[in-house]
Design a protein around this ligand. Sequence first.
Ligand SMILES: [Zn+2]
Length: 78
Amino acid sequence: MDKLSSIQKFVRLFVSKEIFAAMQAESKQWLVKCSNCNHERSIWSMGGIRYKAAGNPRRYRVCPNCGQRSWQVVAKKQ
Ligand SMILES: [Zn+2]
């Protein structure tokens, strides 16, 4: 089992084991990609959860790989 972030632990208190497993699987498919260096990481690995969501939100934040502020696009792995 992966190490959980505090948000993930918190959510786990309120959902069944099955739902939590589904949330984990889906969150791992959502990738956040840096538009500067193309570094990708999953929402789950960032300690977040994305479940039953649609769309491709963008976030302006610092990339842990290149250290630059850039638009990070959230997209589901095909
Ligand atoms: Zn980057």
